[in-house]
Design a protein around this ligand. Structure first.
Ligand code: PLP
Length: 492
């Protein structure tokens, strides 16, 4: 990041950040990907004997997604299935929307320049993105009460918001759903915003744990930032009903919490861009101040363009101006100003009535195709699995993800205390017995259902059992149903 590290003799987890020529902040960092505390040591800038100043830099943790990518690419099976890819593909192929191609053609014909954007991004983009979210006639837009800033896709928008929270509400706590997209935790960790979790999902009934959610939001300290998935919840696909959203808004108002929406899949849940903005608009209608992170990664397929926005709805236009100025000062030392291309595509598509209508149809098609994948998988599983298990949750979920419920790595204990004693011995005489422990571990660890999916069926998914239907083709549904049935019934 932009901060300059000043090497001093400090404890391994203590770092010094020079934020401003006149102010030096000393702090401890935890769990950050960018500043991984565990990976940090008090390195010296004195040249090491081998000539490298970076000799003492330890490796950061591996990213499980990229490990899966490598394993998937190396797998030569014809039947391999990719259930971890986060992009929407059509019959396994990357997909570029027609409206995007048309907007890019227009842009090329106009011969636009490549000058820098202002810190807060392309004005036309900021205007249309807020309108798409709140509705063009929404009073918050008419009254200039939204501070909208272009961001580096949904991730960048969330990170900007988290940094804004940390800087302006240093004692605030965030609440995130359990489970959630794993990067939410990383982002809050990195921004040093403490968080706890609220229940969102009951893995047994495979439904929204609405009572748990309400109880946990109610129990959180007054004025917490409550992160809510606007639609198509990642990873469960389970969204509250309109009635439930109303009750969530009630409790948030009662507790004076600040809603913070993550809208990464507008259009993917219902196929309708307005319907998927229902929750955000409801909370705005209630007069609540709130934050909304937006992404055009999925619904416009602009994954690599890194285009999104953070919108902060304020109670007055004067406050919105001040809030926006703070967001700009977070951007300035980080990347100065955002990229142009994706912003222009969005501005051209959303800002042009003909292209906008065409986009709406394309989004509806994507949503319909996701539903037909769910239907095909549900039918295949119901037909092949005679155990009486209810698979209907697959067709009740929204969007691209499903939590199928397969278990991850588990340790079996067939020899009871013998295993525990061996373990205790191994850890106590650490170095020599470590190898011995490792052998024991290999003998006693049983394959998980997710390992079975990968090892036997060449079906790749992340360890929490989340399936991304974006990487699935209709013709693979039967095969996938066989793999799931086998893993559930033949691997405990
Ligand atoms: C819930 C959620 N929020 C935000 C994002 C951010 O995506 P991006 O940074 O690609 O826009 C994702 C992407 O997977 C997501 O699932």
């Amino acid at each position: 990041m932009a901060s300059e590290m000043v090497p001093l003799a400090l404890s391994p987890s203590t770092i010094v950040i020079r934020e401003h020529p006149k102010s030096i902040r000393v702090g401890k960092r935890t769990g950050s990907l960018l500043f991984k505390a565990k990976a940090f040591g008090p390195n010296s800038t004195v040249v090491a004997p081998n000539g490298s100043r970076f000799e003492g830099v330890t490796s950061g943790p591996p990213d499980p997604y990229y490990e899966l990518l490598e394993a998937f690419e190396a797998d030569t099976s014809d039947t391999k299935v990719n259930l971890w890819v986060r992009a929407y593909r059509v019959e396994l192929q990357p997909f570029v929307l027609n409206v995007v191609k048309k907007a890019e053609k227009l842009m090329l014909e106009k011969g636009e320049d490549k000058e820098y954007l202002p810190m807060d991004g392309l004005a036309e983009f900021n205007k249309v993105t807020a309108e798409l979210l709140f509705g063009a006639n929404n009073p918050v837009i008419q009254e200039g009460r939204v501070a909208t800033v272009q961001a580096l896709s949904g991730t960048g928008a969330l990170h900007l918001a988290a940094a804004f929270i940390h800087g302006n509400f240093p004692n605030a706590k965030a609440l995130i759903s359990s489970p959630t997209w794993s990067n939410h935790k990383t982002i809050f960790d990195d921004a040093k915003v403490p968080y706890s979790e609220y229940r969102h999902y009951d893995p047994i009934s495979k439904q929204l744990d609405f009572d748990g959610m309400i109880a946990d939001i109610k129990a959180a300290p007054h004025g917490s930032f409550v992160l809510l998935h606007g639609c198509a919840h990642n990873p469960t696909g389970m969204d509250p009903t309109p009635d439930q959203w109303g009750k969530i808004a009630d409790i948030i108002q009662e507790k004076n919490h600040i809603p913070f929406f993550d809208v990464a899949y507008q259009g993917f849940a219902s196929g309708n861009l307005d319907a998927d903005a229902y929750a955000v608009r409801l909370f705005v209608e209630r007069g609540l101040e709130l934050l909304v992170a937006q992404s055009y990664g999925k619904n416009l397929g602009l994954y690599g363009e890194r285009i999104g926005a953070i919108n902060i709805v304020c109670s007055s236009s004067e406050t919105a101006v001040r809030v926006k100025s703070q967001l700009k000062w977070l951007i300035r030392p980080e990347y100065s100003n955002p990229p142009l291309h994706g912003a222009r595509i969005v501005a051209n598509v959303v800002g042009d009535p003909a292209l906008f209508n065409e986009w709406k149809q394309e989004v509806e098609l994507i949503s319909r195709r996701l539903k037909s994948l769910r239907q095909r998988l549900f039918e295949s599983l119901s037909c092949k699995d005679r155990s009486g298990r209810d698979w209907s949750f697959i067709v009740k979920e929204n969007g691209i993800f499903s939590l199928i419920g397969l278990n991850k790595a588990q340790i079996s204990n067939p020899h009871g205390s013998a295993y525990q004693i061996a373990h205790a011995l191994a850890v106590s005489v650490f170095l020599i017995l470590h190898a011995f422990w490792y052998v024991l571990h290999c003998v006693f660890v049983r394959l998980s259902q997710i390992d079975n999916m990968r090892n036997k069926w060449h079906v790749y998914m992340i360890k929490d059992g989340r399936m991304s239907l974006g990487g699935l083709s209709l013709s693979q549904c039967e095969y996938l149903a066989d793999a799931i049935r086998d893993s559930f019934h033949n691997v405990s």
